[in-house]
Design a protein around this ligand. Structure first.
Ligand code: HEC
Ligand code: HEC
Ligand code: HEC
Ligand code: HEC
Ligand code: HEC
Ligand code: HEC
Ligand code: HEC
Ligand code: HEC
Ligand code: HEC
Ligand code: HEC
Length: 311
């Protein structure tokens, strides 16, 4: 998907017709689609990026090195090109010698308005299509809380700063999760927040991503746990990995939710009325021998050989 979108943009010539259709087919998407439509009839208000360059040379030089430079060749017209693709028509601003009240500056508008402006071009494909429903948008975290077109510290993806520090600036409680003795090593860059979460929004709770097959995101890297197994351990499929693991980090080995394995298992395998979950057999008295359940029930995520997960 990512690749496909990139190609769309690159094929500015022939591919642009398709893209045009795509964007035109998003009536509710743009901030002020009517405004943009109206403006497109009167292109005289657009002066082109070369004019902006005469007074904003530093910004222009940096802009030339970012992916947004590609908009310069957008065949849809000047309102989609260069500086004015984001800042809107600049003629009045220029005529007034740089009056900042006569150009869109991103400063005095709501976070949702900021994002709408970016989404005029970016609301296509699966990645951003659900930004509206994201917890970020709902809680007024706009595109430019994470991205900076002119002053990015991380040039890749124009990020305000690198992951995970970017995310930790707001998610301080999550930072603690990743300081625990056992954790996914996001601080070392081995796993990224955005491997598991879609920061731009999606349909799953906690903005979790899914695998290509629309399964639990964990299977993307832990494919051996996916099965299918002849003998499934039911909660792995029904409740998901978080039934037993703390996905960010834990004080317990293997990211387990409980400090002792028997306590974890007995949360479900105890006798309760009407429960379909089998009680641990009575010979499993909690003598030392039976406490480390996975010494015997080794294949705890499912087995192709044994009903009781002995191998
Ligand atoms: C004739 C010189 C000149 C040209 C040409 C010009 N600007 Fe400006 N621009 C200025 C000056 C001077 C300021 C600073 C105004 C201030 O700080 O009061 C400014 C401010 C701005 C700001 C607001 C900065 C802020 O601090 O809020 C934006 C955005 C901007 N310009 C964009 C553009 C764009 C886009 C173009 C091309 C369409 C452009 N400018 C062309 C002189 C110019
Ligand atoms: C992809 C959208 C986008 C494009 C393209 C863009 N800008 Fe901006 N511009 C912004 C945003 C967003 C801000 C607000 C500050 C920030 O987040 O970096 C901004 C801020 C500014 C400012 C305020 C001063 C500053 O340094 O932040 C000026 C001046 C400016 N832009 C001029 C330009 C010029 C000139 C161009 C073309 C060379 C241009 N912009 C292209 C989005 C854009
Ligand atoms: C909470 C932070 C955050 C917010 C809010 C956010 N982004 Fe991103 N975005 C990222 C990160 C981090 C990446 C780096 C790629 C990755 O790891 O998935 C990224 C990647 C991207 C990319 C390049 C990769 C791709 O999949 O196309 C684009 C384009 C983009 N963001 C645009 C936007 C736009 C437009 C908005 C607002 C509608 C936005 N982002 C809001 C954090 C954010
Ligand atoms: C006029 C159309 C347009 C607007 C408006 C626009 N972008 Fe973009 N953006 C593009 C194009 C074109 C690319 C390059 C895509 C590519 O390289 O395939 C791009 C690329 C990006 C990337 C990816 C950078 C990378 O390294 O891959 C990010 C992040 C991004 N834009 C964020 C934003 C944000 C934030 C805003 C609003 C402030 C915004 N864009 C507004 C057209 C636009
Ligand atoms: C500017 C502050 C800010 C930044 C930066 C930020 N977030 Fe958020 N994020 C929020 C807010 C506010 C919420 C909504 C309230 C909450 O759930 O904490 C949220 C919600 C979320 C949620 C949904 C939580 C839920 O309960 O549904 C996830 C997942 C998330 N952010 C991941 C990320 C990731 C990953 C990054 C870095 C790429 C990031 N955030 C960067 C402010 C931020
Ligand atoms: C290995 C996958 C994975 C990684 C990496 C990951 N998360 Fe999560 N995250 C999850 C899962 C799964 C949940 C849901 C937990 C639940 O439902 O009990 C979650 C929940 C959250 C929540 C909701 C509040 C909470 O703690 O339950 C936030 C916010 C969040 N993650 C932010 C982040 C940030 C920020 C990063 C990077 C520093 C990150 N996550 C990295 C899998 C991951
Ligand atoms: C992007 C790849 C990736 C994703 C997605 C991912 N993991 Fe991991 N996971 C790893 C890597 C790599 C390690 C090894 C960590 C290390 O050595 O520091 C690991 C380690 C673990 C461990 C500890 C293994 C041990 O031997 O101590 C558990 C448990 C685990 N992951 C569970 C999960 C769960 C649950 C999810 C989904 C919420 C998940 N993982 C998603 C890459 C991933
Ligand atoms: C019913 C509880 C339970 C569920 C659900 C569960 N696990 Fe585990 N998992 C465990 C236990 C217990 C261990 C430790 C086994 C040991 O140390 O002998 C473990 C160990 C692991 C390990 C490290 C050792 C190894 O076998 O590679 C990984 C990785 C892991 N689990 C990933 C996952 C993933 C991914 C999911 C979701 C698909 C998941 N787990 C669901 C109980 C569970
Ligand atoms: C979240 C609840 C839950 C947890 C935690 C859990 N299980 Fe289970 N377990 C189940 C369910 C549900 C079944 C399926 C029962 C059925 O098929 O009727 C099951 C089946 C089993 C079976 C097969 C029983 C049979 O008769 O086929 C064994 C053995 C087992 N679990 C051992 C464990 C062990 C050991 C642990 C701890 C590492 C554990 N379980 C943790 C819910 C759980
Ligand atoms: C020393 C090896 C051993 C250890 C340790 C062990 N088990 Fe078992 N477990 C067994 C045997 C043997 C069976 C019976 C298999 C049979 O009936 O053929 C069994 C069966 C089970 C069953 C299936 C009961 C049923 O009626 O279907 C569950 C559930 C179970 N164990 C849970 C646990 C839990 C929870 C722990 C840790 C508290 C644990 N086991 C520790 C050997 C062990």
């Amino acid at each position: 998907m990512r690749k496909a979108r990139r190609d769309q943009w690159l094929a500015v010539g022939s591919g642009m017709a398709a893209l045009l259709l795509l964007v035109a087919a998003l009536p509710a998407a743009g901030a002020k689609p009517e405004e943009k439509a109206a403006a497109s009839k009167d292109t005289s208000q657009y002066v082109g990026s070369d004019t902006c360059k005469t007074c904003h040379e530093d910004i222009y030089k940096n802009f030339e090195t970012t992916p947004h430079w590609k908009t310069t060749f957008n065949k849809k017209g000047p309102e989609w090109q260069g500086c004015e693709g984001c800042h809107g028509p600049g003629a009045e601003h220029v005529a007034a010698g740089g009056d900042k009240s006569k150009i869109f500056t991103f400063k005095d508008v709501s976070p949702k308005e900021v994002s709408k402006r970016c989404l005029e071009c970016h609301q296509y494909g699966e990645e951003h299509a659900n930004f509206d429903r994201s917890q970020h948008n709902i809680n007024d975290v706009s595109c430019i809380a994470c991205h900076s077109p002119h002053h990015s510290k991380d040039r890749e993806f124009l990020l305000v700063q690198k992951q995970p520090d970017l995310c930790f600036t707001c998610h301080t409680e999550t930072k603690q999760d990743f300081s625990r003795p056992f954790r996914h090593r996001v601080e070392q860059g081995l796993v990224r927040c955005t491997d598991c979460h879609n920061q731009h929004g999606g349909f799953l709770t906690k903005q979790l991503r899914a695998t290509a097959a629309q399964d639990q995101v964990c299977f993307k890297c832990h494919a051996d746990k996916a099965g299918p197994f002849a003998f499934e351990h039911e909660p792995v499929k029904t409740e998901g990995c978080v039934a037993c693991h703390s996905p960010h980090g834990s004080t317990n080995p293997r990211l387990l939710k409980r400090s002792q394995i028997n306590l974890l298992c007995l949360e479900c395998h105890t006798l309760t009325v009407d429960s379909p979950v089998p009680e641990a057999p009575s010979f499993h008295n909690q003598a030392q021998k039976y406490q480390a359940c996975t010494i015997c029930h080794v294949a705890i995520h499912g087995s192709n050989f044994d009903h009781f997960f002995f191998r």
